[in-house]
Ligand binder design. Structure first.
Ligand code: AMP
Ligand code: MN
Ligand code: MN
Ligand code: MN
Length: 283
């Protein structure tokens, strides 16, 4: 095992989490996290605060983000770690990726209105901490608040997902662009929670192959989104493709997330931890 309590995937109010970067840092430290990264969706506006909060909590820090990508007709998430948070091309790329979210949200609300759920755009906005980043999660919280569903996971089963009311197809960044923004800013690209995608074996092979060809170096193996069997499966995939491994809770909220910061099994010992390759980028 690789004995370091690293949590390199979570979200703050800068994207679709409910805690501030400072609250997350305090919670991570209280749970024993030694190396932390805040990885807000398509946004790095919280990075300087998070690095400062990590320092004051006595944790090591890697810069982070989670970029939305469209690959083979599905949304894939690429985590970036250890990049320069002031890199202009990275900042511009993320701004472009966020750009379509406003119109997408209006279309989602139109669809929900057609099935009798009124004023969902205004309702979702009340949960948004960053006006540039309205996400399906904010709609999900509104649907729970109004009693349409009991919890956010039920919302994603019945609404906002393919084939259900409130789902709007969207084109995010390309895999190549996302990997290059991260690597050219000095960081490392990581395939987030690979078990969550509904790819065929061939499509998954294409994802890993193309990711590597573009300069991607790592994959999340131990994540709050994987089962124990999936840790084993993606540990083997990491070795097959010669990728380093990452570990992260994907924590969003004390009320919604079943995996708390820093409360995951350690990475299997046969894998190269992503933080070994990023040693010079750790703050
Ligand atoms: P968006 O980037 O606006 O498409 O929203 C994606 C976010 O929705 C993810 O990052 C998760 O936080 C949340 N999400 C997606 N699927 C589910 C699910 N089945 N249960 C709970 N949250 C989900
Ligand atoms: Mn999220
Ligand atoms: Mn994700
Ligand atoms: Mn995430």
């Amino acid at each position: 095992m690789s004995i370091l309590n690293a949590d390199l995937h979570c979200h703050s109010i800068v994207s679709d989490g409910t805690l501030t970067p400072e609250e997350l840092a305090a919670r991570a430290a209280a749970n024993g996290v030694e190396l932390w990264a805040l990885t807000d969706h398509d946004e790095i506006g919280g990075q300087h605060r998070a690095a400062e909060a990590a320092r004051s909590q006595g944790m090591k820090y890697l810069t982070g983000t989670e970029i939305s990508v469209t690959f083979a007709g599905q949304t894939v998430h690429i985590v970036g770690l250890g990049f320069d948070p002031d890199d202009p091309a990275m900042l511009q790329g993320l701004m472009d990726t966020r750009g379509g979210r406003g119109n997408r949200a209006l279309e989602m609300a139109d669809q929900l209105a057609k099935v009798g759920i009124k004023d969902a755009y205004e309702g979702a906005l009340r949960y948004v901490g960053n006006p540039a980043l309205i996400s399906r999660t904010h709609f999900a919280r509104f649907l729970v608040e109004t009693g349409v569903c009991k919890e956010t996971s039920e919302v994603f089963r019945k609404y906002l997902t393919e084939g259900n009311p409130g789902y709007v197809e969207h084109r995010w960044a390309s895999l190549k662009d996302a990997v290059q923004w991260i690597t050219r800013a000095g960081g490392m690209a990581v395939i987030a929670h690979p078990a969550r995608y509904k790819f065929s074996a061939n499509e998954e092979f294409a994802l890993f192959s193309e990711f590597k060809a573009h300069g991607g170096r790592a994959v999340e193996v131990v994540t709050g989104s994987h089962t124990a069997a999936e840790y084993v499966k993606y540990a083997a995939t990491a070795q097959e493709f010669g990728l380093a491994a990452s570990r992260g809770s994907d924590f969003h909220s004390p009320d919604e997330s079943h995996t708390d910061l820093g409360t995951l099994p350690y990475l299997p010992g046969e894998l190269t931890p992503v933080w070994e390759l990023l040693a010079e980028r750790i703050q």
